[in-house]
Design a protein around this ligand. Structure first.
Ligand code: KPL
Length: 299
């Protein structure tokens, strides 16, 4: 399959490296370079050697000929990334958007009114120790599903992804796994960014009241959005992820640390905005949102 990956952050590179084993992968990057090279360290458990990979990049014709486009930029970069590829993208090519957080769906539908549009969320973990290298640091579930009706016939893309980095499954209502991932990110990302700590440190007793309140508030918003859930089940999901990723620094922690903009508006900010629309109070999430916005400005 001919696939273009837009965005070459940690997750984009991870999927590029994995998909390249079976597919023709082309990258779309922010520079205009015709090639992108990086070294890829597979999961330690596979005992596979480090590979140096080279990809054709930024070729309008290759983008036009792609059978699938995977957009892995951060939520706040989606609009610009889609505008950048619009003139070369065929309107029949399915476009998959994969990022932390929610809220890019409206602009994506507006900019790509005809393309089959899909969303994905992944718990695969990757770390970019240097600009030219990437390590696969953890395995996790990926969900893929259609946002628009004309994308419903692309279920086979979940098989392609599953054969590449398993497990990946199709979901008939992709917003549901997106909300669950959002709840996890609301709990872990701002707290680890504010406290400058690893995910695992949130298991300490002093963070439990915060985590419980965040889950309480997110569950209320999810119910109002039509996704019935209990705060307790979100909290146990969050606890599982804290344990599974105990040694990782969250993406928001790393973004703040490296003075990069964070995804807070699309994570906590999205929950706060939807809460306001439903008349729901979210004091804990609102305070965390304001604190991270403040820290972003100071960084
Ligand atoms: O998705 C993540 C992130 O860091 O953005 C979690 C699940 C919190 C893992 O670190």
């Amino acid at each position: 399959m001919r696939i273009t990956i837009v965005g070459v952050g940690a997750i984009g590179r991870l999927w590029a490296a994995a998909l390249a084993k079976e597919h023709q992968v082309h990258l779309w990057t922010r520079d205009d370079k015709p090639q992108t090279q990086f070294s890829f360290t597979p999961l330690a458990a596979t005992h596979s050697p480090v590979q140096t990979l080279t990809f054709a990049s930024n070729q309008a014709q290759q983008l036009a000929n792609s059978e699938c486009v995977l957009v892995t930029v951060k939520a706040f970069q989606v609009e610009q990334a889609l505008r950048d590829i619009l003139s070369s993208l065929s309107t029949t090519t399915p476009v998959i958007i994969m990022h932390n957080g929610m809220g890019s769906q409206t602009i994506a539908k507006h900019l790509l009114p005809n393309n089959p549009l899909l969303y994905a969320t992944t718990a695969q973990a990757a770390f970019q120790p240097t600009p030219d290298s990437i390590s696969h640091t953890g395995q996790g579930q990926t969900w893929l599903g259609a946002l628009t009706d004309n994308a419903k016939r692309y279920q086979s893309l979940a098989d392609v992804f599953n054969a590449t980095l398993s497990p990946c499954q199709w979901h008939d209502d992709i917003l549901q796994p997106l909300w669950h991932k959002l709840a996890i990110n609301c709990a872990i990302n701002p707290l680890t960014a504010r406290e400058q700590c690893k995910n695992g440190e949130l298991a300490q007793a002093k963070y439990q009241p915060y985590l419980n309140q965040i889950c309480d508030e997110v569950a209320a918003v999810m119910r109002a959005e039509g996704y019935p859930t209990q705060a307790e089940s979100l909290k146990s999901l969050v606890d599982q992820v804290i344990e599974a990723t105990a040694n990782n620094f969250s993406s928001m922690n790393q973004d703040l640390c490296h003075h990069r903009p964070t995804e807070i508006d699309y994570i906590t900010g999205h929950v706060v905005a939807r809460a306001q629309a439903h008349g729901i109070e979210t004091p804990c999430n609102t305070q965390l949102w304001q604190q991270i916005k403040q820290l972003e400005q100071e960084a």
